[in-house]
Design a protein around this ligand. Structure first.
Ligand SMILES: *[C@@H]1O[C@H](CO)[C@@H](O)[C@H](O)[C@H]1NC(C)=O
Ligand SMILES: *[C@@H]1O[C@H](CO)[C@@H](O)[C@H](O)[C@H]1NC(C)=O
Ligand SMILES: *[C@@H]1O[C@H](CO)[C@@H](O)[C@H](O)[C@H]1NC(C)=O
Ligand SMILES: *[C@@H]1O[C@H](CO)[C@@H](O)[C@H](O)[C@H]1NC(C)=O
Ligand SMILES: *[C@@H]1O[C@H](CO)[C@@H](O)[C@H](O)[C@H]1NC(C)=O
Length: 252
C-alpha cells in the first residue's frame, strides 16, 4: 500500500511536468506559428473565427460606401433645400429659411472610395453637430422658422443622426474590420509570444512546484491513513484478545 502511494506520487509528478510543459509550450508554439504564417492553415485557424483578407476588405469597402452615400444625401439636402431661398408658395421646400448658408459636410471619401481631403468651408463629420447648432432657427406653431436661421430643430436632429451613423462607420469601420480578419488577434498574439511566452515558461516552473506540493500532500495523507488504519485494527484486535483473557479468568 505504501509502495503504491509512492509510485502514484512519482508518476503524478512526472505526468504533471509533461502536462504543464506541453500546455504552455503548445500554446506559445501555436501562437507563433499562426502569427508567422498569415496564409497557411495552422492549428489555430480552426478555432478562430477569422474571415479571409479579401472578405474583410470587401466589408471595409461597404462601410466606406455607406459613409460616402450618407454624407452625399445630407449634402444634397443642404445644397438643394436648406441653402436655397424659396418663395413661400413652394412649401414644403420653403420653411422661411434665411441667413448665412449652412456649411456642407466634408466627405472623407471620393466616389471611388479612396481617401479625400476636406475642401475649405466644409465641416468635418466630427464637429458638424456643434457647428450646425448655430444655424438652427426657432419655429412657429406652423413649423416654419420665425427667426433667422436655416435649420429647423427637426432638420437638425435628423441631419445629426445621419452624421452620427456616418461618423461611426468612418471611425470604427477599420477597427471592426481588423477584428474580422483577426489583425487584432494577430497583434495580440505577437505581443504575447514576444513578451509573455518566455515568462510563461518560467512561470510554469511555479505551477509545477505547486502541483508537486499538492501531490506530496496527498501522498502523505495516504501514508498516514494507512498507518492509522493499521494501528486501529491492531488496537481492536488487542482489545478483543484482552476481553477474551478476562472472560477466561472470570469463568475459571
Ligand atoms: C489585406 O489586403 C490588403 C490589400 O488588398 C493589404 O494591404 C493588407 O496588407 C492585407 N492584410 C493582410 C493581413 O494580409
Ligand atoms: C456603392 O454602393 C452603391 C449602391 O449600393 C453602388 O451603386 C456603388 O457602385 C457602390 N460604389 C462602390 C465604389 O462600390
Ligand atoms: C456659434 O456662434 C457663436 C456666436 O455666434 C460663436 O461664438 C461660436 O464660435 C459658433 N460656434 C461654431 C461651432 O461655429
Ligand atoms: C421669416 O423669418 C424672418 C427672419 O429671417 C422673420 O422676420 C419673419 O417673421 C419670418 N416669417 C414668418 C412667416 O415666420
Ligand atoms: C450624435 O453623437 C453625439 C456623441 O457622439 C451625441 O452627443 C449626439 O446626441 C448624437 N446625435 C444624435 C442626433 O443622435
Amino acid at each position: 500500500m505504501l509502495f503504491l502511494a509512492f509510485l502514484g506520487f512519482l508518476f503524478s509528478i512526472l505526468g504533471l511536468q509533461c502536462l504543464v510543459y506541453t500546455v504552455v509550450g503548445d500554446a506559445c508554439v501555436a501562437m507563433d506559428e499562426w502569427v508567422q504564417n498569415p496564409t497557411a492553415h495552422t492549428a489555430l485557424d480552426d478555432i478562430l473565427p477569422c474571415v479571409d483578407n479579401a472578405t474583410a476588405q470587401e466589408t471595409l469597402l461597404r462601410t466606406k460606401n455607406v459613409s460616402y452615400q450618407l454624407v452625399n444625401v445630407v449634402n444634397g439636402v443642404i445644397n438643394n433645400v436648406v441653402n436655397q431661398n424659396f418663395p413661400p408658395s413652394s412649401a414644403p421646400l420653403y420653411y422661411n429659411q434665411s441667413g448665412p448658408r449652412v456649411p456642407v459636410l466634408c466627405n472623407p471619401f471620393h466616389s471611388d472610395l479612396t481617401d479625400r481631403q476636406c475642401a475649405s468651408g466644409e465641416v468635418s463629420l466630427y464637429d458638424s453637430s456643434e457647428v450646425w447648432k448655430n444655424y438652427t432657427c426657432q419655429v412657429s406653431s406652423s413649423g416654419i422658422c420665425s427667426k433667422r436661421g436655416r435649420l429647423t430643430p427637426q432638420f437638425y436632429t435628423q441631419m445629426s443622426a445621419a452624421v452620427n451613423v456616418s461618423y461611426g462607420l468612418y471611425r470604427y469601420g477599420p477597427f471592426l474590420v481588423n477584428l474580422q480578419d483577426c489583425t487584432f488577434v494577430r497583434d495580440t498574439f505577437t505581443d504575447i509570444s514576444h513578451d509573455y511566452c518566455p515568462g510563461l515558461w518560467r512561470y510554469s516552473q511555479w505551477i509545477y512546484i505547486g502541483l508537486v506540493i499538492v501531490s506530496a500532500a496527498v501522498m502523505l495523507s495516504l501514508i498516514f491513513w494507512v498507518i492509522y488504519a493499521r494501528e486501529r485494527r491492531h488496537r481492536v484486535y488487542t482489545k478483543r484478545y484482552d476481553a477474551r483473557l478476562e472472560g477466561l479468568y472470570k469463568g475459571g
